[in-house]
Ligand binder design. Structure first.
Ligand code: C5P
Length: 415
């Protein structure tokens, strides 16, 4: 797991209660630690029946708190006094898994163990990720408790539907680690430099139909666009992700608009850019599409070996259409484009920036093995409308995205 800038040195209290899903919290604590967060785990007594404190201590490298009445032998204060401070300096408290019992205690304001004491004392944002069997989650008592907690500002991370350890099927499963991480990023990013800003990101290669089963597309994986959406979310933006890539997990908090063709993407971009602060066109939009789409699957002729010809029509240039929108409405306030070039990188990129009326253009050399399509790294140069040129070293697509979002924040004056 790579480091995540947003999580560096953030102190997260992970409260673990007595559910079989507690084993998943070990993975969460491990991944959070790998991203750079400091994770202080508090376990209830019931949680310790499912997993040990040692497991959490091993993955976090930090003491695990289990006992309200523990006093250290050097004469220090008992835990309930010494570690009320646990909640005070934390950036976030997440209780995952949160049992019906703990939710009821929190709703009632009870403080009978170290976890509930800390939740009451915490001044940081608090989130709960309920996990429980069968109808317990949907029971009116649990729902009423959750309603009350949300009214008080607690964030609810909804459980998934699926199969329980008991064999029953229903809603009540703790979401997997990537989803929990996404929620944590969303909460920590709320006060970032793009808070209150709307950012539209496009991603993936469009596919242009030939007939009902065939299409033309390109090698774009969508990874750079998805990383940009995540970086914008981490900076606190409201993100709309218009995606022609269909195999990547949607970053938590992004509104996903799935599209297929360039023309569908054009409609979606114009629609969502109307009120947006920023448009980032990371998608690889097909320049051409089959002029006609056959209504039935095109058949090969058994008696004839000759091929067929496809007549291609030009697709609209989305950024040129956005340029016209910006000229008439002033929105989106900023437009960022990409240029994937295999020759004359900077000269081609500069002329593209000017022709498409962009504020920033991210140029990448697709002839390099370690950069561009499908790989996890990229080597880019960011050109700006004032003539500036920022060359970034080879970096992960996440790091490249952070650099782009930093430039966007600076241009908007929000950094
Ligand atoms: O002209 P070229 O395709 O190299 O430009 C790349 C940039 O323009 C990218 O940001 C891409 O998303 C965008 N683009 C577009 N509409 C097209 C083709 C590319 O908006 N039809």
């Amino acid at each position: 797991m790579d480091k995540i800038t947003l999580l560096q040195t953030k102190r997260i209290i992970l409260g673990v209660t007595g559910s079989i899903a507690a084993y998943k919290a070990v993975d969460l604590a491990s991944k959070l630690t790998q991203t750079g967060a400091l994770v202080d785990v508090i376990m209830t007594e019931a949680a310790q029946r499912f997993v040990t404190a040692l497991a959490f201590q091993s993955v976090t490298g930090r003491p695990v708190y289990t006992n309200l009445w523990h006093a250290d032998h050097s004469g220090g204060l008992p835990t309930h006094i010494a570690h009320v401070g646990l909640g005070e300096g934390a950036d976030l408290m997440l209780i995952a898994p949160a049992t019906a019992q703990t939710l009821a205690k929190l709703a009632g304001g009870f403080a009978d163990n170290l976890l509930t004491v800390t939740a009451l004392a915490a001044r940081c944002p608090v989130a709960v990720a309920p996990a429980m069997d069968g109808g317990m989650y949907l029971h009116m008592a649990t729902q009423a408790n959750l309603q009350l907690l949300q009214e008080r500002g607690v964030t609810l991370i909804e459980p998934d539907e699926g199969r329980f350890a008991s064999g029953l099927v229903g809603r009540g499963r703790l979401p997997e680690t990537p989803a929990l991480l996404g929620h944590i990023r969303r909460m920590l990013g709320r006060s970032g430099p793009l808070a209150g800003c709307g950012v539209v990101v496009t991603a993936g290669g469009t596919s242009e139909a030939i007939d009902p089963v065939r299409f033309i597309t390109n090698r774009s994986s969508g990874k750079q666009g998805y990383a940009l959406a995540q970086a914008a979310l981490d900076a606190g933006a409201a993100v709309t992700l218009i995606s022609a890539a269909h195999n990547l997990p949607t970053p938590v908090g992004a509104a996903l608009i799935p599209v297929e063709s360039a023309r569908e993407m054009l409609d979606a971009v114009l629609d969502h850019s109307k009120n947006a602060d920023v448009l980032v066109m990371a998608a690889a939009v097909a320049d051409f599409r089959p002029e006609t789409v056959a209504e039935q699957k095109i058949k090969k002729n058994a008696d004839d070996d000759s091929g067929i010809s496809l007549q291609l029509a030009r697709n609209p240039d989305i950024l040129i259409a956005v340029k016209a929108l910006r000229q008439s409405t002033g929105y989106p306030r900023l437009a960022v484009g990409f240029a994937a070039e295999s020759e004359n990188l900077l000269a081609n990129a500069r002329s593209k920036l000017e022709r498409k009326g962009l504020d920033l253009l991210v140029a990448n050399d697709i002839s390099a093995q370690d950069a561009g399509f499908a790989v996890d790294t990229n080597r880019v140069t960011i050109l700006d409308a004032a003539g500036g040129q920022q060359e970034l070293p080879l970096a992960s697509k996440a790091q490249v995205s952070e650099a782009i979002i930093e430039r966007v924040s600076a241009l908007l004056g929000t950094a």
